[in-house]
Design a protein around this ligand. Structure first.
Ligand code: PEP
Ligand code: MG
Length: 579
């Protein structure tokens, strides 16, 4: 069947390949067969998950606060009772044995059958108990998680493999960074979700928020992914294939042409120098930094060293990673952001409950300050690595001067410790704060005396200013980088930095979007940090821009509070002289 789906374009050109479905959640369950000798262990794995679920429910039941509504205890008792029912705790075992399949699949088959039975019940109250069964089953699933090979081994992917998933977490994307595949698509996700950011950093065609791809696409079907237009085509006919092959060639030719400016220094037509830096997630990304012609790393998202593993990396392991990057950059700046965990980046080893509203919870610098030993180990590793290159330390999600001072005090403690141990570090290592919460942007003037640099994280700044979840595609049409409130906060930060002589960069996705380059230049920005894959497109705009030409239109944009007018002026700004 020929199907066309539209989603949010993440870029990376066009891929033509074969679908490989990725399994994850309950609606998206892995199915694999077992050898006879593996069955007993699989049954035990299932029993263990049921036992762990019971323990969890009993603990929850035992810790119900006195003032909690009576229904809470009743629901938990019901869940404990459901868990003890043979249909949930015994029959999946029989399915594992009879069908020689994995525990998740057996549980899913059993769950589907139960749901069908519940749906057939006429009495409302009883029919609604279906959700209780689903919640209990979800809990067992979670307890099975981590043991089953749900994701394919990176080495098993082929060059024309296109990953089709309901969702991919930042940890999954980091996992796939090592593999060779053609493209990926997901059903959910916002434009600046970490999945999208990693997709861009992989520089592969990708489309997110397709809603039904995982349901409609079949394993091994031929698909086209157009990462520029946000389109997925399943089973294309020869005519469509030929058209997309032509577009693919055109896209590659345009990329090749761009590489001619790789070595040119980035400066506007009037000779104003602009620093174009790279964002990276892992030490091995330094090859892309070099290839892109970036003049350093403006954002190393160090938390990726902490994801997708069962234990916290040691100080020495971290030191090796930071040293590798610092040495590879040969004296160019390497801005390493201290771990920005929490929200959608929750490593297995971090035993924190996922909060109801994680983006407003214990994330970024808050988490670091709440876990001082973990933070100290990272700071010590960063300081020790600072003698091997030009490392700068950047604090994420700073919300107030108080938090900034506490973070700096931790750097001082770490320095003191290293001194006492006789370990070497660069005394003058620079520290900076990310401006990505509106409160920080509004009080940025108070930060100036305490930092060597500032970096604006527009992804979160937009999310928190507009109250739009950056991961939620149902509101992604409202996620607006040029909303006048966002522009005011960015402008205020840049101008305050200029006035106080503190360099300011932008390291959110806005910095890598060539449609916003002129606007940011006109706002006074001279440092842009982005995915290496976006660097040449941004450089081309810089080279084609004269600051005097863009000032009048940009000025009108920055004075306006009317989104329609701003959108029209942005078009005018980009269509103006220079192109
Ligand atoms: C940002 O918020 O803009 C940013 C660069 O940080 P991250 O995308 O990793 O949250
Ligand atoms: Mg951020």
């Amino acid at each position: 069947m020929n199907i066309i789906l539209h989603g949010v374009a993440i870029g990376g050109g066009i891929a033509i390949g074969r679908a490989h479905l990725i399994s994850h959640s309950m609606d998206d369950v892995a199915h694999y067969s077992l050898e006879d000798h593996e069955i007993a262990a699989e049954v035990t794995r299932f029993d263990d998950a049921v036992r762990a679920t019971r323990k969890e429910l009993e603990m929850l039941w035992g810790s119900i606060p006195e003032n909690a509504p009576a229904e809470l205890g009743a629901f938990l008792s019901l869940h404990i009772m459901l868990l003890g029912d043979v249909t949930i705790s015994r029959e999946p075992r029989d399915i594992i044995e009879k069908q020689a399949c994995n525990a998740e699949w057996a549980l899913k088959l059993q769950c589907d059958q139960l749901v069908e039975q519940f749906d057939a019940i006429e009495e409302d109250y009883l029919r609604e108990r279906k959700n209780d069964v689903l919640q209990v089953v979800e809990r067992i699933f979670k307890n099975l998680d981590g043991h089953a090979p749900q994701l394919p081994a990176p080495g098993d992917l082929l060059e024309d493999t296109i990953l089709v998933a309901h969702d991919l977490s930042p940890a999954d994307m980091a996992y796939f960074k090592d593999s060779n595949f053609a493209a990926f698509v997901t059903d959910v996700g916002g434009t600046t979700s970490h999945t999208a950011i990693l997709g861009r950093s992989l520089d592969l065609p990708s489309v997110i928020a397709l809603h039904q791809a995982r349901e409609l696409v079949r394993e091994d079907e031929q698909i086209i992914v157009d990462g520029q237009q946000g389109v997925l085509i399943v089973n294309p006919d020869e005519l469509v294939l030929n058209e997309y092959r032509r577009r693919q060639r055109a896209w590659r030719d345009a990329r090749r042409k761009l590489s001619s400016i790789r070595k040119s220094s980035a400066q506007t037509k009037d000779g104003t120098p602009v620093e174009l830096l790279a964002n990276i997630e892992l030490p091995k990304d330094v090859d892309d930094v070099r290839d892109s012609g970036a003049v350093g790393v403006g954002l190393f998202r160090s938390e990726f060293l902490f994801l997708g593993r069962d234990t916290l990396p040691t100080e020495d392991e971290q030191f090796e990673s930071y040293r590798t990057v610092a040495e590879a950059l040969k004296g160019q700046p390497v801005t390493i952001r201290t771990m920005d965990l929490g929200a959608d980046k929750n490593p297995k080893w971090l035993n924190h409950d996922v909060a109801d509203n994680p983006a407003l919870g214990l994330t970024g610098i808050r988490l670091c300050l709440a876990e001082p030993l973990m933070f100290r180990a990272q700071l010590r590793a960063l300081l020790r690595a600072s003698v091997f290159g030009k490392i700068k330390i950047l604090f994420p999600m700073v919300n107030s001067l108080g938090e900034l001072k506490q973070a700096i005090a931790q750097v001082e403690y770490a320095k003191q410790e290293l001194k006492e141990e006789g370990q070497r570090f660069a005394e003058d290592v620079e520290v900076g704060a990310m401006i990505e919460i509106p409160s920080a942007a509004l009080v940025v003037g108070s930060f100036l005396k305490h930092v060597d640099f500032l970096s604006i994280g527009t992804n979160d700044l937009i999310q928190y200013t507009l109250a739009i979840d950056r991961n939620d595609d149902s509101v992604s049409h409202l996620y607006d980088p040029v909303h006048p409130a966002v522009l005011k906060l960015i402008l205020h930060t840049i101008r305050t930095g200029i006035k106080g002589n503190v360099p300011v960069s932008v390291c959110g996705e806005m910095a890598g979007d060539p449609r916003l380059t002129r606007l940011l230049l006109a706002m006074g920005l001279r440092k842009f940090s982005m995915h290496p894959s976006s660097l040449l497109s941004v450089k081309q705009v810089v080279l084609n821009t004269h600051l005097d030409d863009i000032a009048p239109i940009a000025g009108r944009m920055l004075r306006s509070e009317d989104p329609d007018k701003i959108a029209d002026l942005l078009q005018l700004l980009n269509a103006g002289p220079g192109d």
